[in-house]
Design a protein around this ligand. Structure first.
Ligand code: NDP
Ligand code: 8X3
Length: 250
């Protein structure tokens, strides 16, 4: 029986790479994001390998999120795997200079958006007594770094929510995992620095993780035997020892 996965933030980076890996393994896909042209392109490509349904909604918008998920067609309604991946950092400023809109964006998307999506999907999983939820946290959810303040707080919250989910969903046999990457070369820094030049240097001088590296780990996590749950995975590029210790060679 083919499984179905819903991936938020599937239009870029880790989410898009995960969609490709899942398609290679014949998993049915519900791909979410706000950029319709990208959703269309990905659907066109991956439909050659598996069934794909796309949903365009902003995870910040509670009613839009619940409505979009309620609209999922019958063929895709049994969601076995939820990848809560949509999210970004917005800004990198000392707390005293932080921008309120950036703070709202990070808390609303990374934390509340993850909760809205989960709220809509969990009832199907508890009813069936099965499912796997993977929350994409971050090394920033384990360690606060200078000027990371609110982004780090949002990812600490993702870890706390993950642990809470794992306890509460334990009676239903639902797996809950957190995958926590360090530096991954995606559009993440373009978003964080709003397209500014600072983004150009973030992944220079060392080999950062690639989105495909995380996608492989996500597939490994969802493909373990029934009795095995990778509860919490921290993954750095080899050049990175923690949030601030990065060995640059070029
Ligand atoms: P990208 O910027 O490449 O991708 C972010 C994705 O999130 C996009 O598909 C975007 O889609 C979606 N998204 C952003 N805001 C919203 C929103 N309001 N509503 C719906 N979807 C949204 O970054 P990454 O792939 O790197 O990031 C994915 C996850 O990985 C994030 O949670 C991030 O915090 C986490 N992470 C990233 C690391 C890194 O170094 N890159 C390291 C550790 C964790 P669209 O714009 O189409 O809506
Ligand atoms: C992304 C990794 O170090 O840029 O979560 O915050 S970092």
């Amino acid at each position: 029986m083919k499984k179905t996965a819903l991936i938020t933030g599937a239009t870029s980076g880790i989410g898009r790479a995960t969609a490709h890996v899942f398609a290679n393994h014949g998993i049915n896909l519900i791909l979410c994001g706000r950029r319709q042209n990208r959703l269309d392109d990905i659907k066109k490509t991956l439909s050659k390998q598996t069934s794909v349904h796309t949903l365009n909604f902003d995870v910040r918008n509670r009613s839009e999120t619940l409505k979009a998920i309620a609209s999922i067609p019958e063929d895709f309604k049994t969601i076995d795997i939820l990848i809560n991946n949509a999210g970004n950092a917005h800004g990198l400023d000392p707390i005293q200079d932080g921008d309120l809109d950036d703070w709202d964006a990070m808390m609303d998307i990374n934390v509340k958006g993850l909760l809205y999506v989960s709220k809509a999907i969990i009832p199907g999983m508890t009813k069936r007594n099965s499912g796997h939820i993977i929350n994409i946290g971050s090394s920033a959810g384990k360690e606060v770094y200078p000027r990371g303040n609110v982004y780090c707080a949002s990812k600490h919250a993702v870890l706390a929510i993950t642990e809470g989910m794992r306890i509460d969903l334990n009676p239903f046999g639902i797996k809950v995992s957190a995958i926590n990457p360090g530096l991954v070369e995606t559009e993440f820094s373009e978003v964080r620095f709003k397209g500014g030049p600072e983004a150009d240097n973030v992944y220079k001088g060392y080999k950062a993780l690639q989105a495909e590296d995380i996608a492989d780990i996500i597939y490994f996590t969802i493909s373990r035997p029934e009795h095995v749950n990778l509860a919490d995975v921290l993954v750095f590029p080899t050049a990175q020892a923690n949030s601030v210790t990065i060995k640059k060679t070029h």
